[in-house]
Design a protein around this ligand. Structure first.
Ligand SMILES: Cc1cc2nc3c(=O)[nH]c(=O)nc-3n(C[C@H](O)[C@H](O)[C@H](O)COP(=O)(O)O)c2cc1C
Length: 230
C-alpha cells in the first residue's frame, strides 16, 4: 500500500469555470489546478483503491508564517525546547510527519505573481527544517545541506492565466513556480518530479480549453503509469 499526500494551494474553491465536457466527473471547483489534481487522485484511486490519501488545502487553511520565535525554537535541540517552543513547532512537526509518510506528493498550485501562492511557500517554510528534513554539515564543502528523506515522487499540477512558461516558451524566464518547487522538493526527499500545466486561463479561449483537456489527459496517463510502476 502506498501513501499519497495531496496538497492544494489555490485560494479559490467553488467552481463555475468552463471545464470541457469530457471532465464532467470533476467536482465543480473554480480552481483549475484543484480540478486537475482531483481528477488525478480519482484516477489513482480507480487503479489502487487500497492506497491511502492524506489531503491538505493550504489555500483554504494557510499555515502560519514563520517568525523569529519559530526560528529560535527549531534551532533549539528537541529535548531543550520549552513548552511554548514545542507548541510553536507543533504544526511544523505534523506537516513534516505527513510528508514523511508520503510515497507520492500530489501538489496543485495556481501561479500568483509568477510564483507560488504565499500559503504554499509558508507550507514549505514550515517543513524544510534543520535536523528534521535536512542536515547541515560544513564538512560537506560548498553544499552543506542534505535531505534526510528520499525516494519520493512529486506530481505538480499548475494553472496560469498567461502562457509560454515551459522551457523554450516566451515567458520561460518569468516562471518562478515550477522551477522553485522543483528546487525545494529535493529537501522533501523527492527524486522523481512530474509537472502538468494548464495555461491561458486569462484568455478564456479555445487555447485554454485545449490546455485543460490536455492536462486532464496527461494526468490520467501519469496516474496509470505511476500506479503500475510503484
Ligand atoms: C493574485 C493573482 C495573481 C496572479 N498572477 C498571475 C501571474 O503572475 N501569471 C499568470 O500567468 N497568471 C496569474 N494569475 C492567474 C492565475 O494563475 C489563474 O487564474 C489560475 O487559473 C489560478 O489557478 P486556479 O484556477 O487553480 O485557482 C494570477 C491570479 C491571481 C488571483
Amino acid at each position: 500500500m502506498k501513501t499519497l499526500l495531496h496538497i492544494d494551494a489555490s485560494a479559490q474553491q467553488i467552481s463555475d469555470i468552463a471545464i470541457p465536457e469530457d471532465s464532467e466527473n470533476i467536482p465543480r471547483h473554480s480552481s483549475i489546478s484543484k480540478a486537475i489534481a482531483t481528477s488525478f487522485i480519482r484516477c489513482w484511486r480507480q487503479q489502487k483503491p487500497q492506497d491511502k490519501v492524506i489531503h491538505g488545502d493550504v489555500g483554504i487553511n494557510p499555515p502560519g508564517f514563520i517568525n523569529q520565535a519559530w526560528i529560535a525554537a527549531v534551532f533549539t535541540p528537541d529535548d531543550k525546547r520549552s513548552e511554548a517552543q514545542r507548541t510553536l513547532v507543533a504544526l511544523s512537526d505534523t506537516l513534516i510527519e505527513e510528508v514523511d509518510q508520503a510515497d507520492v506528493i500530489v501538489m496543485s498550485s495556481s501561479m500568483y505573481n509568477y510564483g507560488m501562492p504565499a500559503a504554499l511557500k509558508s507550507w514549505f517554510d514550515q517543513i524544510i527544517r534543520i535536523n528534521k528534513t535536512f542536515t547541515f554539515d560544513l564538512t560537506r564543502g560548498d553544499y552543506p545541506l542534505e535531505p534526510k528523506m528520499s525516494g519520493k515522487t512529486l506530481v505538480l499540477i499548475t494553472s496560469a492565466g498567461e502562457f509560454g512558461f515551459a522551457v523554450g516558451g516566451i515567458r520561460e524566464k518569468m516562471n518562478h513556480l515550477g522551477p522553485h518547487i522543483q528546487t525545494l522538493s529535493h529537501y522533501l526527499g523527492v527524486e522523481e518530479f512530474h509537472e502538468i500545466n494548464v495555461e491561458f486561463q486569462e484568455f478564456g479561449d479555445q487555447r485554454h480549453q485545449n490546455s485543460i483537456r490536455e492536462a486532464l489527459a496527461q494526468s490520467t496517463t501519469l496516474a496509470v503509469q505511476l500506479t503500475s510502476n510503484l
